[in-house]
Write a protein that binds this ligand. Structure first.
Ligand code: HEC
Length: 100
């Protein structure tokens, strides 16, 4: 997959980035949410077929996670990963990623 150019960080800070970082790094074992970094890389920079999600816009990330969660956007891996994610967790992980 072709890598897109780096995103321009918006500079806007959203609440929950610290909790979002924990989800990104460790996942949420009790809800069977894997660590995002396993595929998207330690800094969210992506690798091979896994997209670069560092610095994407907060609202875009929340929207895409919602779509993966409810199946509007189809991807075998992400549909499974987003299955149990809650709206607060989506916002936290989006706060973290949009801050990168
Ligand atoms: C098992 C590998 C894997 C893991 C773990 C994973 N992802 Fe993904 N992710 C993918 C793949 C593959 C895609 C590309 C999906 C597609 O092409 O539609 C993707 C796409 C995305 C996108 C959409 C990017 C875009 O440009 O539209 C977001 C946002 C995202 N992932 C967030 C997360 C978050 C947050 C986590 C952790 C809760 C996570 N991912 C964990 C594999 C993974």
């Amino acid at each position: 997959m072709k890598q897109r150019p780096r995103f321009q960080a918006s500079g806007v800070h959203h609440a929950g980035a610290k909790a979002g970082k924990a989800i990104f790094m460790n996942g949420v074992t009790s809800e069977q949410i894997p660590a995002c970094m396993e595929c998207h890389g330690a800094n969210g920079q992506g690798a091979s077929t896994f997209p670069d999600i560092a610095g994407q816009r907060y609202r875009y990330i929340v929207q895409q996670l919602t779509y993966f969660h409810n199946g509007t956007r189809k991807n075998e891996l992400m549909n499974q990963i987003a299955k149990n994610i809650t709206v607060p967790q989506m916002k936290e992980v989006a706060a973290y990623l949009s801050s990168l």
